[in-house]
Write a protein that binds this ligand. Structure first.
Ligand code: SF4
Length: 512
């Protein structure tokens, strides 16, 4: 074995050549360690395609490093010596190689970072420079604020990055945010581009066989795998989006359509989150497309806001508030996650569409997650940790730092309103407005209390009634409660009874 001066551990979501811990790497004396471990694959039952993506991308990254003359120690999942966890693999290789130094870039998962900090080795930690805002910068910004607001943080990030700014520091177009232009339903006759697909090469086929062997009990299809697993493929997916998706992305980013799982969405979040794409390059490409006149400002601004606004914001909240954040349950929910989240076996067409495509592709876009599956979990009073575990398991791009604040804070309002000022609760009317799902549904979205009434309707009012003490004082909920108060008593009671019936059905383990 070569003498190793520095051992550089790279995690499965850190596959960037520019990773901070790889800066100044010496090809003669340093070794990069990558390990596929059972603990990370099974800590929740991750979708088989997500495991395949990470293992395949890790193997391709290791190969690319070796082609650059870098020494790599790669531990495959079925290596008989594999000890099964990241800290134990790090200890094993530290003992075998006796390096002078061990280097790691900060993790995306509090649990894993703690376990590495507790593993008994002296580790030199590096900031994750793939993000625009460091953990410390965020906590300085948040200091003294009772409630955080994305909009103000986002403006800071626009100023910091210089994106879409005039020479005098004012926002291009005269406003920071054009979200109001980005809420259109999909008109009839508009066809989204067919999704870019990437055929599995020999490395990916080996990984798919490995995943099929070890993770057959996890929910989700494996044979539809067609995600990019290299930097070049991820870049091709990105260019495809720039050419075919971006111009319409802004207008229809909140739209949903039956049997159209991807619409105009980029589907780059998984590649970005594991290091195959670079945040700054993506933003700069989008800004350039706007400046060249190929896309409208609302499309450019909406996309950039997702990346340097929301994405950085939720990461900041995660590191500021963990580990207590994961325990949040502001509404005191006690109901278990219904089984149909894992199977799609429900007669609610919107839920079936969103869950089926999640199982099929490990993907659903943000409105399907927030306003369909998430909205249902919020209205039904599901235990936050259970719905968080579902999102973490089922989505290709879900890593703890991004999934937890999005689900627990944004979807479930379980942090008591720290991350978002009001719960994103909605009746079936929202789903009807933004999709064609209701046309193909057993239930009637126009009804609330009949046996065939849309379950979202009564559950929405039931949610507002049972949490009135907490929510009536919220300024942004005033109009909603006025509407409730305007209803006559008998209507309110009928909504309550229908909601109770539906919730009892869930408690019996039933579906509807
Ligand atoms: Fe969903 Fe209700 Fe519409 Fe059915 S009627 S698709 S349950 S919103």
């Amino acid at each position: 074995m070569h003498t190793t001066r520095r051992l550089l551990l790279v995690l499965g979501d850190q596959l960037s050549f520019n990773l901070a811990s790889l800066h100044g790497l010496d090809t003669k004396s340093d070794t990069v360690l990558l390990a596929e471990v059972m603990e990370e694959a099974r800590h929740v039952p991750h979708h088989p395609q997500k495991i395949a993506l990470i293992f395949s991308a890790m193997r391709h990254f290791a190969e690319a490093l070796q082609q650059r003359g870098i020494r790599v120690q790669y531990v495959a999942l079925d290596d008989p010596e594999n000890t099964g966890s990241v800290p134990s693999e790090l200890r094993r290789w530290q003992a075998l190689m006796q390096p002078d130094e061990v280097h790691i870039t900060e993790c995306g998962d509090w649990r894993l970072e703690q376990s590495l900090k507790d593993c008994g080795l002296a580790i030199q930690w590096h900031l994750d420079s793939r993000f625009l805002c460091t953990r410390t910068e965020f906590s300085n910004w948040a200091k003294g604020k009772k409630q955080l607001r994305l909009e103000f943080f986002y403006r800071e990030m626009r100023r910091k990055s210089g994106l879409l700014l005039n020479g005098d520091g004012t926002p291009v177009g005269g406003a920071w945010n054009f979200d109001a232009d980005n809420r259109k339903a999909l008109p009839k006759g508009i066809r989204p581009p067919s999704p870019a697909r990437f055929s599995p090469d020999a490395i990916t086929q080996d990984v798919l066989a490995l995943v099929a062997k070890h993770f057959s009990s996890h929910y989700g299809a494996l044979d539809t795998f067609s995600y990019p697993v290299t930097h070049a493929e991820a870049q091709a997916l990105w260019v495809y989006f720039l050419d075919w998706g971006l111009a319409a992305f802004g207008d229809y980013q909140d739209a949903m359509a039956s049997d159209e799982p991807f619409l105009f969405h980029a589907r780059i979040s998984a590649a970005l989150n594991i290091g195959l794409l670079d945040l700054r390059q993506l933003c700069s490409d989008v800004e350039s497309a706007y400046l060249a006149g190929s896309i409208a400002l609302n499309a450019a601004e909406g996309f950039i806001r997702q990346l340097i606004g929301w994405r950085e914001y939720v990461r900041g909240v995660y590191w500021l508030k963990m580990p207590d954040y994961a325990e949040g349950n502001a509404f005191g929910n006690t109901r278990s996650l219904p089984e149909f989240y894992w199977t799609g076996e429900t007669r609610m067409n919107c839920m079936r569409q969103a869950i089926d495509q999640s199982l099929e592709h490990a993907y659903a876009h943000h409105i399907q997650r927030l306003m369909v599956t998430g909205n249902f979990a919020l209205l039904a009073g599901i235990v936050p940790s259970q719905i968080c575990a579902w999102y973490l398991a089922i989505y290709m791009d879900a890593f703890d730092w991004v999934e937890l604040p999005n689900t627990l804070g944004m979807v479930m309002h379980a942090d008591g309103g720290y991350l978002g000022s009001k719960p994103y609760c909605a009746s079936g009317q929202y789903i009807k407005r933004m999709s064609d799902y209701c046309h193909g549904c057993t239930y009637k979205v126009s009804e609330s209390i009949t046996d065939d009434a849309c379950p979202f309707n009564s559950l929405y009012w039931h949610f507002l009634m049972r949490h009135g003490d907490r929510l009536r004082g919220n300024n942004r909920m005033g109009m909603t409660y006025k509407n409730l108060d305007r209803m006559d008593e008998s209507k309110q009671q009928a909504l309550w009874r229908r909601g109770e019936w539906l919730l009892a059905k869930l408690d019996e383990g039933g579906a509807f």
